[in-house]
Design a protein around this ligand. Sequence first.
Ligand SMILES: Nc1ncnc2c1ncn2[C@@H]1O[C@H](COP(=O)(O)OP(=O)(O)OP(=O)(O)O)[C@@H](O)[C@H]1O
Length: 645
Amino acid sequence: MAATRFQPELRKPAGSPRPRGRENAKDTLCRNVLIYGHCRYEDQGCAFNHDPNKTLSAQQDSGRKSARGMFNVDSPSFTPSTLPVSSSTGATISSQAASAAPFTPRGLASGTATPAPLESEPPAFNPAQIREFTPQSYDLSQAVATNGTGTESQVPFDPFSMSSVAQAMPPTPYNPYLEDTSSLANNGAAYYAAQSTYTAPAQPLQYHLYAPIGPHREDLLAYQRLTHDFFMPEKLREELQKKAEATLQVMPNSQLPTLDNFHTLVALDTSHQKSATVFGFPGWVYKATSSKNGKMYCLRRLEGYRLTNENAIRSVKDWRRVDNGSVVSVIDAFTTRAFGDSSLIFVTDYFPLSKTLVEHHSTSTNRFGNRVPAAVPEKVLWGYIVQIASAIKSVHAANLAVRCMDPSKVILTDKSRIRLGACSVLDVVQYDAQRPLAELQQEDFIHFGKLILAVGTNNFSPNIVLKNAVDQLGRTYTAELRDTVAWLLTPAQAPAVKSIDDFLSGISGHLVSTFDSSLHAIDSQTSELSRELENGRLLRLMAKLGAINERPEYEGDRNWSENGERYMLKLFRDYVFHQVDADGRPVLDLAHILRCLNKLDAGIDEKVCLTSRDEQTSFVVTYRELKKQVTAAFAELQKPAKGRY
Ligand SMILES: Nc1ncnc2c1ncn2[C@@H]1O[C@H](COP(=O)(O)OP(=O)(O)OP(=O)(O)O)[C@@H](O)[C@H]1O
């Protein structure tokens, strides 16, 4: 919008300074100069002064001359040489001036009482000189003192400092499972006494502790939520339960012997066929319970093995140095005649319901019962590659070699989680060969390549033709995967040697994505765990209620009678678990149950109306009161009966 210029000939400026006549006008600085820096009408008869220096000296002179140097209403307002002042002068500028072209101040800060010397250079904009805003701790007591008002001490609150909060917190963290909150009260006493600083609330949370730790499901409306939303996902629960069941499984009428340190052996082999292809001895795998600590271990037995060199079996202890998530830890090895032969036993960690890669990847059958090779997703294959590479790194770092990476000796213990399951076996069995470690380590790369090739092509035959299999791999998967496997299968040209570190840097992109997947897995498991933590709390509460309610042995006891305090707990139990609709049909609302139990556990001040089934008695009682009664009743049950002990 074009600026409308101020035209003194056409319009009188409104407001002060009000020129008294032409003479006065000469001493008054033209507003066009004031606003725009120059006046277009200067040579066309504008009566005002166009020389800022003159105005200034005239004002100074008049100030010096006049005994009435005092300002009065008629005094021309003080006008800095080049800048409109903010107060009265500003008010006199016409509204049109608001749309004037931008004004560039020349040499004077707005509102400054002393005009800057006109000769001085305009200050350059220098952001470095501007002091950064730093939030200061606002000390109210000081503010009060400077204001000179009351003596009341105010709480200095520094919202940016946590130190005051940390100091005020009780030294021991609040334990929501502790029924006895007296320690909290003690802490609280000290804490409340020192109320001079802001403190975070330290009392028990006023509700339940289900904290929404992610990752979350999509937003669901209340009615879309399922029972499962409150508990562990069904699949995970089932999986864990099956694993627990497998761990505790026993074989009735088992013919298997009891060993020196192990009992209750359960065969884990899925086939009865003796196979000596991998180790040169028929092998069997058992789950067994340790007599020393009651824990379960996996025993791998090599049938008919005769120990010729004591050192062979001692080599197993070197494997205790290997601690890697992708290696089944080797605990011990010994020979035994308990099976009626001379057997070599390796003791390793036990992973319930694990399957070998052969078992897992060669089980697809079509509707005629024939095996159908199913391509393993490339992402899964890369996951395997990363895990095995990590295992090899640990093993090589411990100056050992894996030696056995047969797909039937690599076990899948969880979704896409694999572990090398037969480490150390060949170290003992082929001890006498005394092959150099460097050679064995280089051979590990070839075993590794063969393993991935077997899984990728779904061909677990020992007679696989490598070249054809690599070509087949290239047709199903990316060139990167094919080249990776080809690199593993190609022996290094002596004297060059392959190193696992070179391999790891070559697949670094896949390391990152596998790492990210495992972070996601950890996140969801932590989230599940936090939910189960709360469910465990509720279980304890339900156990208490169950122990308290319906105790026939207290029938004659006044405390437990229909009028006694304990009666409320019975009504509460009805309120929580035995709700019925208008027709007397059961109402099963899990959310109601959880909500009530959580409120009871927290002992909140909310009231609840409990009515007896015959609707003759009603209590209005707080959850706090109910909680007290649960605690008291349970404590009474815990007391040994008089005269009984
Ligand atoms: N550490 C372990 N924890 C739990 N189960 C294991 C463990 N190691 C192996 N298993 C399981 O024991 C079973 C037998 O394993 P084994 O190594 O004998 O495989 P296999 O397929 O029978 O091979 P082979 O034909 O050479 O005997 C497999 O189902 C395997 O998943």
